[in-house]
Design a protein around this ligand. Structure first.
Ligand SMILES: Cc1cc2nc3c(=O)[nH]c(=O)nc-3n(C[C@H](O)[C@H](O)[C@H](O)COP(=O)(O)OP(=O)(O)OC[C@H]3O[C@@H](n4cnc5c(N)ncnc54)[C@H](O)[C@@H]3O)c2cc1C
Length: 281
């Protein structure tokens, strides 16, 4: 980022104060890993969120994660790291490098609305998010992204991750050229058994298509109510391939992403099935 246009650096102590600082030409900064990489025309004031009391991970009916918690804070929280067979921890280990994760915050990550391994997993887990715009409101993360562009002053304050529930397994897979690269495509799934043999609630999310992750209802419909066998897994993967509007960019062609999606959804579902079966023993 060109910092030459920055004439003020503010460090508010309260949410109300931070919100009032975020007028036109002011930009919030948390870990700064994204802010520092991209030039922003017309920005003259940086509003450092680091003094706000939003750096925590609490285990309470699932998990409440403050927006200023770093990705390392999440990775090192024993309960969160073990949640759903470590699906969040496994994904975070594939996000950039340890140095990046020490600085990057969950709030800053979700506010960027692009290039994400974290969003697909949080969507699969039906996470919620609390935002502050003069008052706090909590909404499903899917609705937060469904609402389109964020109001420029909305501050993310917390992310909620629901408890796992019984007979539930999740899995995540990232395809990338090297471990430090952004994904060419990623997938996250959550599957809950309904009775001994049938799939009940399920989420199948495909990301970096190259759009930000979104769940694929057509694939979920193909899986729900089925015996969760090879045939239903293959049908869900095909439904995802048919439904997702893939595009090409500098990282991968649309056809390549289509092929990755077929393999990624299948492998994620197979992993979730394996975890469910292990959990029964
Ligand atoms: C080298 C590199 C490699 C990376 N690799 C990966 C990867 O493999 N996978 C992946 O998923 N991501 C990856 N990332 C993205 C990384 O996860 C994000 O840059 C990071 O999480 C952003 O968090 P931050 O706290 O640094 O945000 P900042 O840079 O501080 O802010 C980012 C944006 O969010 C806004 N913002 C910050 N906090 C809030 C808040 N609480 N409420 C509202 N708006 C807010 C800022 O105004 C800014 O627009 C990579 C980034 C880099 C630089």
């Amino acid at each position: 980022m060109s910092l030459t246009g920055i004439t003020a650096y503010l460090r508010p102590q309260t949410l109300e104060e931070a919100y009032s600082c975020l007028g036109s030409g002011a930009l919030a900064v948390a870990g700064g890993t994204d802010v520092l990489r991209h030039s922003r025309v017309g920005v003259h004031t940086l509003v450092d969120l680091g003094a706000l009391p939003l750096r925590y991970v609490r285990e309470e009916h699932g998990f409440a994660v403050g927006a200023n918690a770093t990705l390392t804070d999440l990775l090192e929280h024993p309960g969160l790291a073990a949640h759903l067979d470590g699906v969040i921890a496994g994904m975070l280990q594939a996000v950039g490098s340890p140095l990046l994760r020490n600085a990057a915050t969950i709030g800053g990550h979700l506010a960027r609305r692009r290039y994400s391994d974290i969003v697909p997993v949080l969507l699969a887990l039906d996470a919620g998010v609390t935002v502050y715009e003069g008052a706090e409101r909590t909404l499903p993360l899917a609705d937060f992204y469904g609402e389109g562009a964020a109001p420029s002053r909305a501050l993310i304050t917390e992310v909620q991750i629901p408890p796992a529930g019984k007979d539930t397994a999740a899995a995540f897979l990232k395809f990338s050229r090297t471990v430090f690269d952004f994904a060419l495509l990623n997938c996250a799934v959550l599957v809950r058994r309904d009775g001994p043999e049938r799939v009940g609630h399920c989420r199948i999310v495909v990301g970096e298509t190259p759009a930000l992750g979104a769940s694929v209802p057509e694939a979920e419909d193909a899986l729900r109510g089925t015996p969760f066998d090879d045939a239903s897994i293959a049908a869900a993967a095909e439904a995802a391939v048919a439904a997702v509007p893939f595009a090409g960019d500098q990282r991968a062609a649309a056809d390549y992403r289509r092929a990755l999606c077929r393999v990624g959804v299948r492998r994620c579902l197979e992993e979730a099935r394996r975890r469910l079966e292990e959990g029964r023993r």
